[in-house]
Design a protein around this ligand. Structure first.
Ligand code: SAM
Length: 331
C-alpha cells in the first residue's frame, strides 16, 4: 500500500519563525537598537559589540534573512541599516512592535562609548581629508556637484521663505566660502562655522575680497557645543561628511530659533563609490525619506524640496525643514 503523507505548507510559518528566531537573541536586539538612527559596517558593529567579525556576520545574516536589516553598499563596504516594517505583509505588525519595544531599551554604557569611538574614527577620516585637499578643494568638489549647480535652487528657496530684515543665518561647513556672499546679502548677520582651519582660511579670503562686513568666521565642530542660534541654518553638501547624519540633524535643529529654517542641500542616494576617495564622502548621498524621517525625529517639519538633476547622473536635493514657531523649549 502506498501511504503518502500530504505535504504541509510551512512557508508562512517559516517566515514568522525566522522573524521570531532573529528577534530571540539579546545581542541581535541590541544590534537593532544600535541601528535605530544610524547604519554601520560589519567591522564597526563587531567593534561596537566587542566581538569577532565572523560572529557579527553570522548575527547580521540571521537578521537579514528575517528582513529585519537591509544592506547598502558604500564604496567597498557594506553598511547595515534597519529594514522598514511593512505592516500589511505577514509578520509586519510583529516587526513594527519589535522595533517599538527595542527603541525603549537603553544601550549598555560600553556599547554607547564604542559607538562614540566609531563616530570619532569616521569624523577623523573626514577632517583629515579636508586638511589635505583645501588647495584643490573646488576642483575636487566639482567632480560631482559644484556650487554653480545648486546655488540658484538654494537661493530660490531662501528668497521664497522671505526672512525679515533682522534675521540671522549660520552656514555650517562653508568650505571655500563661495555661498557666503549670497547669505551676507540676505541676512543681517551670518556666522560661518567650519572645523577645518584650512577651509576657514579660504572662506576668510572670500570675506575679505568681497568686503563682507556682516560675516563672522568661527573655527568649531558644528556637532559639539556650539551655543549659537539663528533664524536660518544652511548646510550645503556637508551632511554626507558627518559620521552620524541622523544625530547631526538633531544638532542642526538646536541651532535654530523657534520658527527658524534649516536648508539642507545634499546628493540623493548614489552608487559612485569613487566619491569616497576623491571627495572624502562618508555617505553616498541620502534617500529623500531618510532625511525627512531624521528631521522629523529632530522635531522639525519637512517643507518644500527642489531636485536638480545633473548631466553626470547625480541628483541633488535641496530641502527645507522648519522648527515650529510654537516650539519654544530650550533644547
Ligand atoms: C564638501 S564641503 C562643503 C562646502 C560648501 N558648503 C559647498 O557647498 O561647497 C564640507 C565642509 O564641511 C566642513 N565640515 C565637515 N565636518 C564638519 C564639522 N563637524 N563641523 C564644521 N564643519 C565641518 C568641512 O571642513 C568642509 O569645509
Amino acid at each position: 500500500m502506498n501511504l503518502r503523507v500530504p505535504s504541509i505548507q510551512h512557508d508562512d510559518c517559516d517566515e514568522l519563525a525566522a522573524l521570531c528566531k532573529a528577534g530571540g537573541d539579546p545581542l541581535r536586539l541590541n544590534v537593532l537598537r544600535v541601528l535605530a538612527n544610524d547604519s554601520f559596517g560589519v567591522l564597526e558593529l563587531a567593534q561596537i559589540f566587542g566581538m569577532g567579525q565572523s560572529g557579527m556576520s553570522h548575527h547580521l545574516k540571521v537578521l537579514a534573512q528575517a528582513e529585519l536589516v537591509a544592506t547598502r553598499r558604500e564604496g567597498n563596504a557594506i553598511f547595515y541599516r534597519r529594514a522598514l516594517p511593512h505592516t500589511e505583509l505577514l509578520g509586519g505588525k510583529l516587526h513594527a512592535a519589535l522595533l517599538e519595544e527595542v527603541d525603549n531599551l537603553t544601550l549598555p554604557a560600553d556599547v554607547q562609548s564604542r559607538i562614540g569611538q566609531v563616530h570619532g574614527q569616521r569624523a577623523a577620516a573626514s577632517q583629515d581629508f579636508f586638511s589635505r585637499v583645501a588647495e584643490k578643494f573646488r576642483a575636487q568638489q566639482d567632480l560631482i556637484a559644484g556650487l554653480p549647480q545648486y546655488r540658484d535652487s538654494v537661493v530660490a528657496l531662501l528668497d521664497k521663505l522671505g526672512f525679515g530684515e533682522s534675521a540671522t543665518a549660520i552656514e555650517v561647513g562653508p568650505g571655500d566660502g563661495a555661498f557666503l556672499p549670497e547669505l551676507a546679502r540676505r541676512f543681517m548677520h551670518v556666522t560661518a562655522l567650519d572645523n577645518s582651519p584650512a577651509m576657514l582660511e579660504l572662506a576668510r579670503q572670500v570675506c575679505e575680497r568681497e568686503a563682507l562686513g556682516n560675516v563672522s568666521l568661527q573655527l568649531a565642530d558644528a556637532l559639539n557645543g556650539v551655543s549659537l542660534t539663528a533664524d536660518c541654518v544652511v548646510l550645503n553638501m556637508v551632511l554626507h561628511h558627518f559620521a552620524a547624519p541622523a544625530d547631526a540633524l538633531r544638532h542642526m535643529a538646536v541651532l535654530l530659533k523657534p520658527g527658524g529654517s534649516l536648508l539642507v542641500t545634499e546628493l540623493c542616494s548614489h552608487n559612485q563609490s569613487w566619491a569616497k576617495e576623491a571627495c572624502g564622502d562618508l555617505w553616498l548621498g541620502f534617500e529623500q525619506d531618510d532625511l525627512a524621517r531624521w528631521a522629523t525625529a529632530a522635531g522639525l517639519v519637512p517643507g518644500e524640496s527642489l531636485y536638480v538633476g545633473l548631466r553626470n547622473g547625480f541628483q541633488i536635493q535641496v530641502r527645507h525643514f522648519q522648527r515650529p514657531a510654537g516650539d519654544t523649549h530650550h533644547r
